[in-house]
Write a protein that binds this ligand. Structure first.
Ligand SMILES: C[S@@+](CC[C@H](N)C(=O)[O-])C[C@H]1O[C@@H](n2cnc3c(N)ncnc32)[C@H](O)[C@@H]1O
Length: 247
């Protein structure tokens, strides 16, 4: 049946309809509580809540850390939403000193409120200020330059729809938007100052929003950085990693 529909229509049904359903469910409060990797989240209507790409980002990052045998990592989960990426990485890898600290940063105070509630209901609040740190920050702008990271990871905001007059925004929809790639430009303009010598930036990108060569070009506009593109998911071929290092 799906085969009979035009490719564009198929794309809308396969990718957009589930998202629409999720957004509706969130508006009515059905999707605000969820569990990932043993951590229970209770999020707010204005926070981004659960994002499938966040879970893919966490899973991919965990795999890359394990494959490369990395240890003692200080990780920045930037544009962290309600913290699912950083918290999943922490809970899955905290043994054997793989993860030392996780720093969370987001521009949306509702997301950070949800994150703090999640820490509280999972008896993790005591770790804030020790192995967890939280910044309300526009990109890296409000994170002190004394902070250094081995991995900066993100499922970043990427899409932008001009039609804000007609589209009603939920927290999760608005959270995906970044006008004119301002988030990326801001992060990649100064991230080299936040990386340890071996530090890397891992962003999960979508070629439906930005093509691989465009992402690489945007990153390497900073002469201090070099970027490699890596495939991310066999099931969703439009997804890829940008792996960025200092030159
Ligand atoms: C696609 S969501 C991803 C959220 C989370 N990382 C996840 O995967 O579940 C993008 C996030 O970027 C945040 N964001 C948007 N613009 C930002 C900015 N300029 N600085 C920091 N965070 C920003 C939004 O608040 C939202 O939480």
């Amino acid at each position: 049946m799906l085969k009979l529909l035009s490719p564009i229509f198929r794309k809308i049904i396969i990718w957009k309809f589930p998202r629409l359903l999720r957004d509706c469910a969130r508006v009515f409060g059905y999707n605000n509580n969820f569990t990932i990797g043993g951590i229970t989240y209770k999020t707010d209507p204005c926070s981004v809540g659960r994002t499938p790409l966040g879970e893919l980002t966490a899973g991919g990052a965990i795999q890359m850390i394990k494959e490369r045998g990395l240890r003692n990592l200080r990780v920045l989960d930037i544009a962290c939403g309600v913290g699912t990426i950083g918290l999943t990485i922490y809970t899955k890898l905290k043994e054997d000193s793989v993860i030392k600290e996780v720093v969370f940063a987001d521009i949306n105070i509702f997301n950070l409120n949800s994150l703090r509630r999640t820490l509280a209901i999972n008896n993790l609040s005591d770790l804030e200020g020790k192995c967890f740190h939280i910044y309300l920050s526009d990109a890296l702008k409000h994170i002190p330059k004394t902070e250094k990271f081995d991995i900066v990871v993100s499922n970043p905001p990427n899409f932008f729809i001009q039609d804000f007059l007609n589209i009603e925004m939920s927290g999760s929809t608005l959270g995906r938007y970044s006008r004119d790639w301002s988030f990326h430009k801001s992060v990649y303009g100064e991230v080299h100052e936040y990386l340890t010598t071996q530090g890397e930036v891992w962003f999960l990108e979508n070629s439906e929003a930005i093509k691989e060569n465009e992402a690489k070009f945007l990153i390497e506009e900073n002469p201090n950085l070099t970027c490699e593109i890596k495939p991310a998911s066999r099931e969703r071929r439009s997804l890829y990693w940008t792996v960025t290092k200092k030159k």
